[in-house]
Design a protein around this ligand. Structure first.
Ligand SMILES: NC(=O)c1ccc[n+]([C@@H]2O[C@H](COP(=O)([O-])OP(=O)(O)OC[C@H]3O[C@@H](n4cnc5c(N)ncnc54)[C@H](OP(=O)(O)O)[C@@H]3O)[C@@H](O)[C@H]2O)c1
Length: 165
């Protein structure tokens, strides 16, 4: 499994149910990476999408505890066991964990690559991804040159889970 997220200086990812900022080239990066793949997201993150609709050209798997919830454009699962069953026997390389905080927390241990767009700014935030720079299990193996969007600076970084000796 892979994880994909945009974070600020404090590894903040969201505030009051919204993204901290939308950077067009980051959105393109996210799209290029995930189109044709499976994305796994929490129901609150779905609510942040335009019209609350699943992402086009991707298989969307939405986690919710609401058993009455259905979505004609997505697969809905009510727990991690159900998700595991659904993904059994599939190539997990094509499965992207796309948030939010609660979903990252539950699946980060199963991911071996994390694509993290690091924005060099401190936003007000109430949702976070755990700091992979402070995590000895992860290493940053690639970092793009610094990019800018108005006065924001950001980089595309790839983190890889270290192999156990
Ligand atoms: N910067 C980024 O890259 C990025 C990416 C994605 C999201 N975000 C931000 O993250 C924030 C949302 O994060 P969040 O933690 O509040 O919400 P979330 O993880 O998107 O969704 C939480 C919801 O998912 C469902 N859920 C989670 N685990 C489940 C499980 N094991 N079984 C069944 N259902 C489960 C529940 O839905 P029900 O309540 O329906 O039961 C839960 O309330 C927003 O601010 C969003 O903008 C940022």
């Amino acid at each position: 499994m892979k994880l994909i997220a945009s974070v600020d200086k404090n590894w903040g990812i969201g505030y009051k149910g919204k993204l901290l900022v939308s950077i067009p080239s980051d959105q393109r990066f996210f799209k290029n990476e995930t189109v044709g793949k499976t994305v796994v997201l929490g129901r609150r993150t779905l609510d942040t999408f335009p019209g609350g609709r699943p992402l086009a050209e991707r298989e969307n798997i939405i986690l919710t505890r609401d058993r009455s919830y259905t979505n004609r454009d997505a697969i809905v699962v009510n727990g991690t066991d159900e998700l595991e069953k659904l993904l059994e026997g599939r190539d997990s390389d094509g499965v992207y964990i796309i948030g939010g905080q609660s979903v990252y927390e539950q699946f980060i241990d199963r991911c071996d690559i994390a694509y993290v767009t690091k924005i060099d700014y401190e936003f007000a935030a109430d949702s976070f991804l755990s700091n992979l720079d402070d995590d000895p299990e992860w290493e940053c193996t690639e970092e793009s040159e610094e990019k800018t969007y108005y006065d924001l600076c950001y980089r595309f970084c790839t983190y890889v889970r270290k192999k156990k000796d």
